[in-house]
Design a protein around this ligand. Structure first.
Ligand SMILES: Nc1ncnc2c1ncn2[C@@H]1O[C@H](COP(=O)(O)OP(=O)(O)OP(=O)(O)O)[C@@H](O)[C@H]1O
Ligand SMILES: [Mg+2]
Length: 308
């Protein structure tokens, strides 16, 4: 039911030798939510998802998925979820239809029920015309849609999608997200990782993981308003790249990046804005005022994820 807890992780931890990849993270995902898991490469996203899907044992802590403990009952978890892993899980020498038939069999959808599910998903992901093509010859966007269809064919209550759109063109990404939003509207819970901030905007809840720890969470709007991400100002200048150079290594500048034709600069505190204005003048980039703007999610994350 909508609003119930689908995933509950408590102090979930995974070590590889002495290295702590996921460091005592706790969170809840409610049913019907699109829960976005963001973070730089190596932050611990896939490791967390693999633990939740019952394919990697936690070192300590607990996690329940749909009420089942992932360490005690991984098989019960695996039957009830859909997991699209980060790497390709397709076989290049099987056709589109053969993939779907294989997954139907895996989930005990045999005979008429299996054929119905295969036809339904060929249609829903727009692959009916390509049913006889080898997966290895499909364009990237279609491969991802096939992988998604294989993941959802058995109508799981919860989907774990690990970078489902990486390397896919913007139009295909948008179409893919229409499918994800459709699942959530129908009550399916979705945990999804992405490096694309436009996709993060589609999520109801976001968590940012960095160095194995969750460093921020909330709705996209809450994260943009969070006080600990500093103050973002906009600079309109023809000398964007020179200004970026001048701002490197300035201690109170948390992040600076191009934003369309302007620059977004996030400073630590409101008091730093005037200091920044003076600094720009000293470097030969005089500005009368620096308007404070709502940061983009990219600004927020760049400000929170800083090299140590
Ligand atoms: N089997 C393993 N053995 C040793 N170290 C591992 C193993 N799996 C993951 N790691 C390490 O754990 C850390 C977290 O990896 P993980 O794959 O969870 O990151 P990620 O957030 O998914 O990154 P990306 O955005 O690149 O997919 C990395 O430093 C990685 O090298
Ligand atoms: Mg990963």
């Amino acid at each position: 039911m909508k609003g119930e807890t689908s995933v509950r992780a408590e102090s979930l931890t995974r070590r590889f030798g002495n290295f702590v990849a996921v460091d005592a993270i706790s969170f809840e995902i409610h049913s019907g939510e699109i829960w976005g898991f963001l973070g730089p490469n190596g932050a611990g996203k896939s490791t967390t998802i693999r633990m939740l899907c019952g394919v990697l044992e936690p070192s300590s802590g607990t996690a329940q998925v749909l009420g089942y403990d992932v360490a005690r009952d991984p098989e019960a978890v695996k039957l009830r979820i859909g997991y699209m892993s980060q790497g390709s899980s397709l076989w290049n020498d099987l056709t589109v239809e053969e993939h779907l038939r294989f997954y139907a069999g895996l989930f005990d959808l045999h005979g008429a029920a299996g054929r119905k599910a295969v036809e339904e998903w060929l249609d829903r992901v727009g692959l009916t015309e390509r049913r006889s093509e080898l997966a290895g010859e499909l364009p990237g966007g279609y491969r991802k849609r096939l992988a998604l269809a294989c993941t959802v064919l058995h109508r799981p209550e919860i989907l774990f999608l690990d970078e489902p759109t990486s390397g896919v063109d913007p139009v295909s990404r948008r179409e893919f997200w229409d499918l994800i939003v459709g699942f959530a509207d129908a009550g399916t819970t979705v945990m999804v990782t992405t490096h694309y901030m436009d996709e993060a905007e589609h999520c109801n809840q976001l968590a940012l993981i960095y160095g194995g720890r969750i460093v921020a969470r909330g709705t996209p709007d809450e994260l943009k308003r969070a006080p600990d991400v500093g103050v973002t100002v906009e600079i309109l200048s023809a000398k964007n790249t020179s200004i970026l150079d001048a701002l490197e290594d300035v201690p109170y500048v948390l992040s600076a990046a191009l934003y369309g034709s302007s620059l977004h600069v996030t400073v630590d505190r409101r008091e730093d804005v005037e200091q920044l204005r003076r600094l720009l003048g000293e470097h030969g980039f005089p500005v009368d005022e620096l308007p404070i703007v709502t940061p983009s999610l990219e600004d927020v994350f760049a400000a929170l994820v800083r090299p140590a």
